[in-house]
Ligand binder design. Structure first.
Ligand code: B3K
Ligand code: ZN
Length: 880
């Protein structure tokens, strides 16, 4: 039976709880096969609550063992308990009381990986968003903050390590092979930040001294034998701690900070107070098993979870509608950290690329929602690119609008005013308005109106006079949440033919300009620049200063000139990638209409000029020559997409790049050859990135697998190895060396889960129609485990989200296979099946035949009566 009635939770229904929770005391006894939880909640009726109002606690698949009030068992007439709810009546009208609740859990059979579960023998928890209610009956909502004392008991042999939130206060022996540990978290927190971990773990330790001199013991726990792979994560943690002190004045606030790496995990990681639990892929690294992208991912996620200690934990969310309050802000903070630690331009390009690849399609399809939603049916489905990535863009826009100093004052006020509270977006914005002396009421629309605004720019020049016209429009798709004009900060520059920015203010204008930022607050505005010596090149949306779709009918000549000489490196990438995108879009439409494909040589020349430009760091040069992926081209085409035509158009561009670039790329690859031992520092990464970016075009130009096969054989690190084997598998599927490489790779890493994930993904993403059958065969592979989220994502997600051509195969086989696998996965792990199902979000953009087949697959899922609420929510909204 469907697990809900489809009724949404609505923001306007928010009201505080009838009871205030002060303290939580818990004892968790872990045994093979079950766990006993005794929770004592110190509660008090809120002033103003009716004296007879019952206490209603949340549960989820719970079984109540006993219930007592201040030490006396409660009479059955005083309460009603069901798996998902506990109602207690006849509670004191005034004063504090203790409600003692005992529940029994089965962690071993908890395949949803929410609440308390076991992963490879390790007991661990995941509570955000609503997992604590799977441990005990509770006021399981983020505005209920309490201090926690937690006592853990387990067999010493199976769980020598016992961890919970906060600081350790006691531990000892219990006899009969059992022992205990007690943890106290002095910082009031909501239940979603609760965590415990118990198991036989290895550990890497270190220490940190805060700016004010407090000592912190740091530890990263891993499965046996893997702690040495956590050294980079530890280094990233210490750098994050220091950065938050210098950049935001935020210090750590406990005596220990623990991280545990777990192999079965629904998401990337979780910021539980003082005890972050991580998907092991965001902790474990070494050059032989992890790519440079994996290193960057670890650095980002370690930083992100650490930064949550202030933005999320010390100040949390009033309700789940405010999720972007902690997530958007924390993503902004981790992006800034990476920009400071690595290269600002490279990081910004990567973030904007990710935003366009993930958030734009979401904002332009059926799963569209405002950054601060007002309705949800299943909150776990709102941990989206819109809340996270667009949420981060909104914070960045506040910084752009206010300037760095006023932005920092606003943040300082936010920390000072709301520490220890559960806050709202309104609270957050008010801090910037007060500290920054600004009116953000119009800006706030960014949080409430869904959809990607279109920013249309046009320029006219005559008589030494430049008129720049800006128009904003939010018509497309934002139905229901408003289309009022927003405050769009547009960073810009006027660039001379010598490649230098002019400093010139407009003579007249319908929009305010501060420095290099135009504040567009009306639907349209014109800026007039007079007395110019020549026509400048107009460089707009520098740094992607607002998450908009830019439409600028700038001539190809101007764009090619900007790609060559804009002093702003990000803008060179932006103008070039938009130009390439437009030509690919036109190419795909031409092919779909039966015309021959072509890709303009002068655009290739512009790409090659960037590749050869030694003023640019290598990582940037690699980003400049990257040809947009098939999903991105499909998004640009927008409607009636034929994925085969998209594929052909992209192939044509790749072939042109390979042909025209062969000799340059050959020379470059030589000069970038590795000359020392592997190092994960940004400069080495940049060189490796560019060198590896050349392997595909060089292999295409040669038309043979030779180069990739020898690169595979010579590789001494995973970045080079994975690049080479991907070129083999995705370009030369029938070459005997490809099969050999796949076998060798498998044999070498057969017991390394994280590398095997790559092996599965690499086959699932091979851009051939036959990838569907390959994936189906791989589901029978002895190493394919549907219950392991990383493996499920590697294979099913690889096909559904990473292989546009095969997933959208004309006969619908891709849709049917994915739907079938999602139904099986849903029975085990609804959160992961729902997440993977979002791959269907663009189904309406395809040509009618594919649309009908995708719809059929979705309807088959929708018709199942055993669908989880998570998956039903995604499927229903996708079909709506
Ligand atoms: N806050 C967690 C995500 C929890 C997701 C729950 N479905 C990780 C993060 O954003 O840091
Ligand atoms: Zn987060």
């Amino acid at each position: 039976m469907r697990s809900d009635d489809g009724q949404p939770i609505r923001i306007e229904d928010y009201r505080p709880t009838d009871f205030v929770l002060h303290e939580v005391e818990m004892t968790v006894r872990l045994f093979e096969g079950h766990a006993d939880v005794a929770a004592s909640l110190t509660l008090e009726r809120r002033v103003g609550t009716a004296p007879a109002a019952p206490l209603v606690l949340d549960g989820d698949e719970l079984s109540l063992v006993s219930l007592a009030l201040d030490g006396n068992a409660l009479d059955a007439s005083s309460f009603d308990a069901s798996p998902d709810r506990l109602e207690v009546r006849d509670l004191p009208a005034t004063g504090r009381f203790d409600l003692e609740i005992a529940t029994r859990l089965a962690p071993e059979t908890n395949t949803k990986l929410m609440g308390l579960y076991r992963s490879n023998g390790i007991w661990c928890t995941q509570c955000e968003a609503e997992g604590f209610r799977r441990i005990t009956y509770f006021l399981d909502r983020p505005d209920v903050l309490a201090t926690y004392h937690v006592r853990l008991e387990a067999d010493r042999a199976s769980a020598p390590v016992l961890l919970a939130n906060g600081n350790p206060t006691a531990s000892g022996d219990l006899g009969e092979g059992r022992h205990f540990a007690v943890w106290h978290d002095p910082h009031p927190k909501p239940s979603y930040l609760f965590a415990l971990v118990a198991g036989d773990l290895d550990v890497l330790t270190d220490d940190f001294t805060t700016a004010s001199g407090a000592a912190v013991d740091l530890a990263i726990y891993t499965e046996k034998g893997l702690a040495s792979r956590a050294t980079y994560a530890m280094d990233a943690l210490k750098r994050s701690m220091r950065w938050d002190e210098t950049r935001f004045g935020r210090e750590y606030d406990l005596t220990v900070f623990n991280i545990v790496a777990i192999s079965d995990f629904n998401m990337g990681a979780m910021e539980n107070k003082g005890l972050n639990v991580f998907n092991h892929r965001y902790v474990l690294l070494d050059p032989d098993t992890a790519t440079d992208a994996d290193y960057a991912g670890v650095e980002t996620v370690i930083a992100h979870e650490y930064f949550h200690n202030w933005t999320g934990n010390r100040i949390t969310c009033r309700d789940w509608f405010q999720l972007c309050l902690k997530e958007g802000l924390t993503v902004y903070r981790d992006q800034e950290f990476s920009a400071d630690e690595r290269s600002r331009a490279v990081k910004r390009i990567a973030s904007v690329h990710g935003l366009k690849a993930q958030q734009f399609p979401e904002d332009q399809g059926p799963l569209q929602h405002p950054v601060r939603p007002t309705r949800y049916r299943e909150i776990n489905n709102f941990y989206t690119a819109t809340v996270y990535e667009k949420g981060a863009e909104l914070v960045r826009m506040i910084a752009t609008i206010l300037g760095e100093a006023r932005f920092r004052s606003g943040m300082d006020l936010y920390f000072a005013r709301h520490d220890g509270e559960a806050a709202t977006i309104e609270d957050f914005l008010r801090c910037f308005e007060e500290a920054g002396d600004a009116d953000l009421s119009q800006f706030a629309l960014w949080y409430h109106q869904a959809g990607t605004p279109t920013l249309t720019v046009s320029e006219t020049y005559s008589d030494r006079r430049l008129v720049l016209r800006l128009d904003q429009d939010l018509q497309r798709g934002a139905a229901g949440t408003g289309t009022e004009p927003m405050h769009i900060p547009v960073r810009f520059g006027l660039v001379g033919r010598d490649g230098k920015d002019w400093t010139i203010a407009p003579m007249a204008g319908g929009a305010e300009i501060e420095g290099d930022v135009i504040h567009l607050t009306t639907r349209s505005a014109e800026l007039v620049f007079e007395g110019l010596g020549e026509r400048p090149l107009v460089s707009v949306l520098r740094g992607f200063s607002a998450p908009v779709t830019l439409q600028f009918e700038q001539s190809d000549e101007d764009r090619l000139a900007l790609a060559r000489l804009d002093p702003d490196a990000f803008s060179r990438w932006r103008v070039l990638t938009d130009l390439v995108g437009e030509h690919l879009r036109a190419g795909a439409m031409r092919v779909a209409a039966g015309e021959p494909p072509r890709f303009e040589p002068r655009i290739v020349e512009a790409l090659l000029a960037c590749a050869a430009d030694e003023r640019l760091e290598p990582a940037l040069r690699a980003q400049m020559i990257a040809i947009p992926g098939e999903a991105e081209i499909a998004r640009l085409v927008g409607t009636n997409v034929d994925p085969e035509a998209v594929h052909t158009a992209r192939e044509t561009a790749l072939t042109a790049l390979a042909g025209q670039g062969a000799s340059l790329f050959g020379r470059l690859r030589e000069t970038l050859a590795e000359d020392g031992p592997f190092s994960p520092d940004a400069a080495s990464v940049g060189r490796r990135t560019l060198r590896n970016a050349l392997l595909l075009p060089l292999s295409i130009a040669a038309g043979r697998a030779e180069l990739a096969a020898s690169a595979f054989a010579a590789a001494d690190n995973m970045t080079d190895r994975l690049t080479a084997i991907t070129v083999l598998a995705h370009r030369f599927p029938d070459d005997t060396r490809t099969a050999q490489a796949l076998d060798a790779f498998f044999e070498r890493y057969r017991s390394d889960a994280l590398v095997l994930d790559k092996w599965f993904t690499l086959q699932a993403t091979a851009p051939f129609p036959g990838a569907v059958e390959a994936v189906e065969r791989l589901t029978d592979h002895p190493q394919f485990h549907l219950a392991n989220p990383n493996r499920a994502r590697a294979l099913i997600g690889g096909l559904a989200s990473g292989n546009q051509r095969a997933f959208n195969r004309a006969d619908g086989a891709g849709y049917r296979l994915v739907a079938k696998l999602l139904a099986s996965l849903d029975a085990l792990n609804p959160q992961t099946s729902a997440r993977l199902a979002t791959a269907f979000r663009s189904w309406r953009s395809f040509e009618p035949g594919r649309q009908a087949l995708a719809r059929d697959a979705l309807l088959t899922l929708a018709a199942r009566d055993d669908l989880s609420r998570d998956l039903a929510d995604i499927v229903d909204r996708t079909l709506a």
